[in-house]
Design a binder for this molecule. Structure first.
Ligand code: C5P
Length: 235
């Protein structure tokens, strides 16, 4: 089975989106991530239309609010035809359960319920930030494991984490669970604002279920070639 390489479309207007999509190839071969930047600059109709065109979509809105608000938001997301969507694990187990219920209740009959992924710690967060800004007494590894276990128990289908954490998480969470990993940088690429990075080959070795790659593809001189090369390296 091919493991997805999801392209983060971090652009902020329809024209840039259209331009980027034509550079990536056929919709049925392309798994895209729509994050806050694009979602808040366009609208839910854009997401719906892309799903209808055949793109697989990861709608990454990282919900984090009280359970009732997250339930209603997840219900609205479920009608769009996306494959994955996200909440922050730090919102707690009741919020994750509410998101899962919202997705179930909002999915049209005969359609697949979107998979719910919980963001553990953002891949841009360093050990320093975890300890001295979040005042967390656990190490990054312990904190990510603890959040992932809680998210699984609350009904999440998987987590977003760094590829560097997958091996350890797979040891702690044995059941069917997705490990979707951003913070991917091909060898010799720039690190940008990411902290806990891995190459596509390392992500494969560590056991990522899917990888999310933004700038190394979207800013490449030939995005389609960069996408293809990363898909080959990861699979
Ligand atoms: O350009 P780059 O490959 O760094 O993009 C990574 C994408 O993954 C961004 O859209 C970012 O919002 C997202 N992401 C992340 N770390 C997380 C969750 C999502 O970098 N923990």
């Amino acid at each position: 089975m091919e493991h997805p390489v999801i392209v983060a479309l971090d652009v902020n207007n329809q024209a840039s989106l259209d331009k980027l999509l034509t550079k990536l190839g056929k919709p049925e071969d392309t798994f895209i991530k729509i994050g806050m930047e694009l979602f808040y600059s366009t609208d839910r109709e854009t997401v719906k239309q892309l799903a209808e065109q055949g793109y697989k979509i990861f709608l990454d809105l990282k919900l984090h609010d009280i359970p009732n608000t997250v339930y209603q938001a997840a219900k609205a997301i479920a009608s769009l035809g996306v494959t994955y969507t996200t909440v922050h694990a730090l919102g707690g187990s009741q919020m994750i359960k509410a998101a899962k219920d919202g997705l179930k209740h909002g999915t049209p009959i005969n359609k697949k319920i979107p998979k719910l992924l919980a963001v553990t710690e953002l891949t841009s967060i360093s050990e320093y930030s975890l300890q001295f800004e979040q005042n967390c007494r656990l190490s990054m590894e312990e904190e990510v494991t603890s959040l992932a276990k809680m998210a699984k128990k609350a009904g999440a289908d998987g987590v977003i984490c760094s590829a560097l954490e997958v091996e350890n998480l797979r040891k702690n969470i044995t059941d069917n669970f997705l490990y979707v990993t951003p913070g991917i940088r091909p060898k010799d690429d720039t690190q940008d604002d990411q902290s806990r990075i891995a190459t596509p080959a390392q992500a494969k070795k560590y056991g990522s279920s899917a990888i999310v790659v933004g700038r190394p593809i979207t800013l490449a001189s030939n995005p389609q070639a960069a996408y293809k090369a990363i898909k080959e390296e990861f699979n």
